[in-house]
Design a protein around this ligand. Sequence first.
Ligand code: SIN
Ligand code: FE2
Length: 226
Amino acid sequence: MTLNLFDDTAPDEPSTRQLAPGALLLRGFVQGESDGGNEGSSTAMLADIEAITSQAPFRHLVTPGGFTMSVAMSNCGQLGWVSSRRGYRYVSADPISGNPWPCMPASWLALASRAATAAGYPGFVPDACLINQYAPGSKMSLHQDRDEHDLSQPIVSLSLGLPAVFLFGGLKRSDKPQRVPLQHGDVVVWGGPTRLAFHGVMPLEEGEHALLGRRRINLTFRCASC
Ligand code: SIN
Ligand code: FE2
């Protein structure tokens, strides 16, 4: 048996854990099974992800330093985050097609706003959603989310599919990050004193998820130009 000192609720019940001041883990915030397509169903979200990425396909971006990222990315919303040799930035059109990014589904907006409120950040209305797809072995190095205009707005990050170990560090790259196991349906919200915390994801372990198969998808909601 694993002793969990932080969380004494049953595994399937939503619960909240503080990771650091201003940073919360909302466990099981999105439920696994269809609830008839209402906001919060991951089956409905997966159909939305498929519709969005049929318009704006997943792609492996290149960092300013010339490395190809192992995570494949797409976006929806008014703005999308991209990286190239020219740097990191938010753009209103998909550089591949020249078309605006697909709209953010209203149910996603409601979900992100509800998660932010639950974490103590009422009134969050994201204009950007980065969609990260991890295959086994994909990882994300420690970084800060700092390309957004208003850093008083939090980050809302939803995990779907295979489990991952999220690294949540401090305000300095050298601060030792805590290892936070994330499961399908978990949401992490960070802002306020930890808005610029370094964070990343350990290489994804091999596995097969009942709904998403051999992958993890992370949706990161941000106010990029609010
Ligand atoms: C990110 O920092 O953009 C992604 C975090 C995650 O995949 O959990
Ligand atoms: Fe990030």
